[in-house]
Design a protein around this ligand. Structure first.
Ligand code: PA5
Length: 438
């Protein structure tokens, strides 16, 4: 049974419009299945929940336990698909203040993400923060040549070697990269770093359930068996070609129908700050997969109710080219009852006895009605609670929906040719050999 319940009743889209896509989507899905074993196609994520490397998976658990024992800080170096998935899952399933909790409560290393920007301040300030704590690092890069993580790795490798000496440092460096190719693989072999393989047929933004995401997630103390179980559940649930029942296909179809109705912007909205990075992961997945050939829905995200006080005006009243996809977590992990106050100076006694989660839910309902009335169609995803299984399901749901949606749009959802443009210009400005005349 699926833990994700899709509610399309606020989209204005009718069943007849959806059913028109039936054959097209069936064909797309069958084609994805057919090419999922092909090592030259980037569809390895499709059956990953039932077809992953068990030996590698066990090694992840073993190494994560070692890191949890010998490190107070774990630095994850990567950018884009090589960090967003791990961060999304870790932040969704751990305390908002995990890195600030005292050791005895946290029970996991502090986890920091670097190599996702080129700010010297960010790294200098992190090194100050690490101080004399014991640290391990995980460099994640499929190509092994991406500038941002490569610079950060050079700095942290030197930092570790001067802190521990070369031998001990090499036992604290974990490399997640291609099986055979790339500078990182070569270095890892030379220095005998522990390595994890990113499968050839899985691209960065679809890689969270490979060692790319799983090692940092396991170091955070999250049960990766359950995460995979959730994804497996989704794989089974969304293999039904009948679009009347396949919620994943329906999401992909409806966002394309809305796009055709001139809703070019999709706002991913959450009411739980833990989901901020899940939104970032979703944005990359859809933005990089669909924004091609001068088309595609532009994915943006809001954290609510926070952003109702900054973006709310625009959503309610600006250009009518937007629709929203709202994640509703039905049961909050914890709650707080609002107490009665004798003086009631803040006038809040009308909420006495109610819980904060109840207030949050009413804010969500009120916002939904206002936005829909204001001409913003809303897709709702109801999830019972945030846990390993539901996160696994959500990841698979959005990956499959993205692949279907990109194909409906008529683009290749697995490449990212546009990302190279800025790199060429940057390398030219920096004088990288071979880029002078490009
Ligand atoms: O989804 C993608 O392919 C990209 O976001 C990459 O993950 C990102 O550019 C990092 O690439 P690499 O893992 O090669 O360092």
């Amino acid at each position: 049974m699926s833990n994700i319940k899709l509610d399309l009743s606020y989209t204005g889209v009718i069943e007849k419009e959806i059913s028109r896509y039936s054959q097209k989507v069936e064909k797309i899905y069958n084609n994805l299945k057919e090419i999922s074993d092909d090592k030259n196609e980037f569809v390895g994520w499709l059956d990953l929940p039932t077809n992953y490397n068990k030996k590698e998976f066990n090694k992840i658990k073993k190494m994560a336990n070692k890191i949890r024992k010998d490190s107070e800080v774990f630095v994850v170096i990567g950018i884009g698909g090589s960090y967003l998935g791990a961060r999304a899952v870790i932040e969704s399933l751990t305390s908002n203040f995990a890195n600030m909790l005292p050791n005895n409560i946290r029970k996991s290393p502090q986890i920091f993400f670097v190599g996702n920007n080129i700010s010297p301040n960010y790294i200098n300030e992190l090194i100050d923060c690490i101080g004399d704590k014991d640290i391990s690092i995980n460099i994640i890069s499929k190509s092994g040549t991406t500038t941002e993580p490569a610079i950060a790795f050079r700095i942290f490798r030197e930092y570790l070697e001067s802190k521990y000496g070369v031998d001990e440092a090499s036992k604290r460096i974990y490399v997640t990269t291609d099986k055979k190719k790339g500078a990182l693989k070569q270095l890892a072999d030379e220095e005998q770093y522990e390595t994890f393989v990113i499968p050839d047929n899985i691209g960065g933004r679809y890689s969270v359930l490979t060692p790319v995401g799983l090692l940092p997630i396991a170091v955070a103390g999250i049960n990766i068996d359950k995460l995979m179980e959730g994804a497996k559940n989704a794989q089974e649930n969304y293999s039904d070609n009948n679009i009347k029942y396949n919620q994943c296909f329906r999401y992909a179809i409806v966002r394309n129908i809305l796009y055709k109705k001139d809703k070019q912007i999709e706002i991913f909205a959450n009411y739980e700050p833990k989901l901020h990075y899940f939104t970032e992961w979703w944005k990359q997945l859809y933005g990089e997969s669909e924004g091609k050939q001068h088309k595609g829905v532009f994915p943006v995200g809001v954290d609510l109710t926070t952003d109702l006080h900054s973006m709310g005006q625009y959503i309610q009243d600006g250009l009518r080219n937007i629709f929203e996809t709202v994640i509703n977590i039905e049961e909050s992990k914890t709650d707080i009852k609002i107490k009665r106050d004798e003086d009631n100076i803040d006038g809040l006694n009308f909420l006495a006895g109610k819980t904060m989660d109840y207030v949050n839910k009413q804010a969500m309902k009120g916002t939904l009605e206002a936005h829909v009335a204001g001409g913003v169609p809303n897709i709702i995803l109801n999830i019972k609670e945030l846990n390993e299984q539901t996160m696994g399901e959500l990841i698979y749901f959005f990956e499959l929906a993205c692949a279907i949606s990109g194909n409906i749009l008529g683009v290749n959802p697995f490449d990212q040719p546009g990302v190279e443009e800025y790199k060429t210009n940057m390398f030219k400005l920096l004088g990288k050999p071979g880029y002078k005349n490009k």
